[in-house]
Design a binder for this molecule. Sequence first.
Ligand SMILES: Cc1ncc(COP(=O)(O)O)c(C=O)c1O
Length: 365
Amino acid sequence: METTTPAPFTVIPNRRPASDEERWLAMEDPVFGKVFTDHMARATWRDGEGWTQRRIVPLAPLPMHPGAAVLHYAQQAFEGLKAYRHEDDSIHLFRPERNAARLAASARRLALPELPAEDFLASLEELVTIDQQWVPGTPGASLYLRPLLIATEPSLLVQPSDEVDYLVTASPVGAYIATGDQGASIWVSKGYHRANAGGTGEAKTAGNYAASMLPQLEAKAHGCQQVLFLDAKEDRYVEELGGMNLMAVRADGTVLTPSLSGTILPGVTRDSILTLLKDSGRTVEERDIELAEILEGIEAGEIVELFACGTAAVVTAIGRLVSDDFDVTVGDGSPGPVGAEMVGALTDIQYGRAEDTHGWLHRVV
Ligand SMILES: Cc1ncc(COP(=O)(O)O)c(C=O)c1O
């Protein structure tokens, strides 16, 4: 029988951690996801044995068999969340139990073993604790955490791997710099789709992101920063961006967002913002939204603001929607007040400047 009883993560400290000077230099102006801390978390799963070898070890390359299933068939799932330093130097994760549940849901879709939520939380707590000096204290900066499940069995058979590794790396990231006084220009992809019903759109798994890179290049070629994907069945409904969920604000203050229909990622930021919007007395509508409703609404002045949201950038204001057959500016193209209010409300909670009335913070240090 498989043992999945959570157990402590054994800490094997890095004997050659970065010096204070090396760390300060690395953290001065980090490019997102390019700087890593001294340690990583690991655990191993074997069919019939369950999860074992929970450990925090020095960050190092992985020796991997070239036949490892993940390299061939992308049997993997991952997560992304942040640790925030408060003014009193305590360190907090934001709603990590949501990421634990989403990783488990992604694992089920990818036929990977589920990691118990207790193990997920323990791995993050231990890693952030040992690498706490890597959690930036500068405004808007944080430690980005990247949990990952990968199929490691050397096997070219298209079948679920009987060996899986769980890994967490940590990366200090700076404050996200918004596009200034103009919102982002977004390319609405007509030729490419991100996900189809019954596919892997609502899982956080590598293939979705690999498939979004070519449309991202197409967006760049048209002077846009990001891609907005439409539903694959009818090419009619807005879904999400490559790494963010979408929200639209109507002139009457109602906020619309695509419902979780199975083809988009259930964002933690999306859920948090919907809660904060309701807290502030606004009406929110989660439903299918036609692209035509957005375009006609913008033209008629009924849709007054568009923004995207996700862990990395919190909120990205959208100033323009572009495609082969339209180029529409939202209002005067500048970031709107609702998105700005949501960045403020959310980051005030994350950084401990506002009361955490929903119990979203999980103190680590
Ligand atoms: C495709 C996609 N949609 C939405 C999101 C936003 O999710 P979250 O708010 O949990 O970061 C992400 C980011 O992880 C994403 O990759």
